[in-house]
Write a protein that binds this ligand. Sequence first.
Ligand code: GDP
Length: 295
Amino acid sequence: MFDNLSDKLDKALHLLKGHGKITDVNVADTLKEVRRALLDADVNFKIAKDFTTRVKDKAIGENVLTTLQPGQLMVKIVKDELAELMGGDAAGINLSGNPSVILMSGLQGSGKTTFSGKLANFLKTKKNKKPLLVACDIYRPAAINQLHVVGGQIGVEVYSEPENKNPVEIAQNAIKHAKANGFNVVIVDTAGRLAVDEEMMNEIANVHKAIQPQETLFVVDAMTGQDAVNTAKAFNDRLNFDGVILTKLDGDTRGGAAISIKSVVNKPIKFIGTGEKMEAIDVFYPSRMADRILG
Ligand code: GDP
């Protein structure tokens, strides 16, 4: 994961090794390389530029106060700033409802259905919850079947109404079913499209309005880099979602989406998907990710 970025940042920060103190000149050289590393990772230009400006101000400011070597100081500052950029503290999910309703949104193929299963499994095995999965994709029978397969794998019930073409009704009926049968979390998997379109946005906005979920999560494929960030913006403008799920991080060699998405939509990344199996889900900790990137 993000090997290229780690390598390049490591090389950039090495430029300061051997220097007795940080000066404007050696900071500028290092930061030029840091910025290049971020751009190569598919981080948006403005975010990369603002990032290096903040690092520079901190480096010059802290330089006189610290006993750290310039190389170490810079690693620390870049790490802290990366963690901050990715969201600071880890963000939990709101499970205060009875039942707690979680609405999943995102494009087709982003990993929504897989993640719905992973989250149900996580809540069942790690949080002692009794989740219900709901199939609200009214266009693709295969999507309903897929959710049933996933539910079967993890031993979680799946609610579906294959003949009903009204996702609002299906979601509302599912919540009634959950209340009547002691489910305390309801995870609603919705239809995605290949690209952002008005019909899909209207549909999910209607479901959102009708069921008033405690959590609306936006699922996106990390491998799509800047596109992931743009799609996040389009969904957030419409849904004002609560958090981002970055899937396929196992295949993402660059890292641009993980690094930029928080600062563009101002919503935290809550979980990451790191494989196709039901167990391949992790809570997202910005500082751990920064530690990983800077080795
Ligand atoms: P949906 O259309 O948004 O519901 O997407 P799916 O859940 O069907 O996922 C699309 C494809 O991505 C499937 O082949 C999944 O197995 C795969 N997938 C989902 N999440 C991950 C992940 O975290 N890592 C990898 N490598 N593949 C994933």
